[in-house]
Design a protein around this ligand. Structure first.
Ligand code: GRF
Length: 220
């Protein structure tokens, strides 16, 4: 079966891109990364694309007079490459409703929180300030409202005593590198359908155990 042609959009270091490249290199993985686009020439992630010999382009948003003009350039490049799915991976530009609607249910994003909790920036600091016992990440279809849209995969990690922003971010990032490839695999295999504003996943096995944090071994 033909593999789903994906583009990954980045702005920075690209560790999620790297995880997706690794996944796509697996035999029988149902998706391929045909293009990487960065809006910044200095994005570290571009090196991952080059190393994997994936076509890559820099489209600097500052070269365009408006958001719409920038996005028109994105769409032109994406369509010329026959892209079927856009994966945002640390792409730090807000997208207009026009762009999001054009690519409706064909753009996904990864966000480092268990949405709908903590959309936006500084998620880890905010999670620590709230004292939540679990943090995590969410892969979701993109809607015009930031960090919002039908959820595909979530991964939860515990918040541990002594955590600071850096340690929690590192734990969540490790989970991101599992969640994003899983979401892409499910979509590539044609198992994900958007129904209303939720997703239905064909043949999904729940299976995750209930987690307690702290664990129930505290005595008393
Ligand atoms: C990740 O934490 C992702 O969830 C968020 O931006 C960060 C990108 O990291 N959207 P990387 O560039 O993939 O390493």
């Amino acid at each position: 079966m033909a593999r789903l042609r994906c583009a990954v959009l980045i702005s920075g270091r690209g560790t999620n891109l790297e995880a997706l490249i690794r996944a796509c290199a697996q035999k029988d993985f149902p998706a391929e990364i045909a293009l990487v686009i960065s809006n910044r020439a200095d994005a570290g992630g571009l090196a991952h694309a080059a190393r994997a010999k994936i076509a890559n382009a820099v489209i600097p948003h500052r070269d365009y007079p408006s958001r719409e003009a920038f996005e028109a350039a994105l769409t032109k490049t994406l369509e010329a490459a026959g892209i079927q799915l856009i994966c945002l991976a640390g792409f730090m530009r807000l997208l207009t409703a026009g762009f999001v609607d054009h690519w409706r249910d064909r753009i996904i994003n990864i966000h480092p929180s268990l949405l709908p909790a903590f959309p936006g920036l500084d998620t880890h600091a905010r999670a620590l300030a709230e004292g939540v016992r679990f943090a995590g990440c969410t892969v979701h279809f993109v809607r015009a409202e930031m960090d919002h849209g039908p959820i595909i995969v979530q991964a939860a990690v515990p918040v541990l005593p002594g955590d600071d922003e850096a340690s929690l971010a590192a734990r969540v990032l490790t989970a991101e590198h599992r969640a994003y490839p899983l979401a892409l695999k499910l979509i590539g295999a044609g198992r994900v359908k958007v129904v209303g504003e939720r997703t239905a996943i064909a043949g999904m096995s729940g299976g995750a155990p209930t987690l307690l944090n702290p664990a129930d071994d505290q005595g008393g």
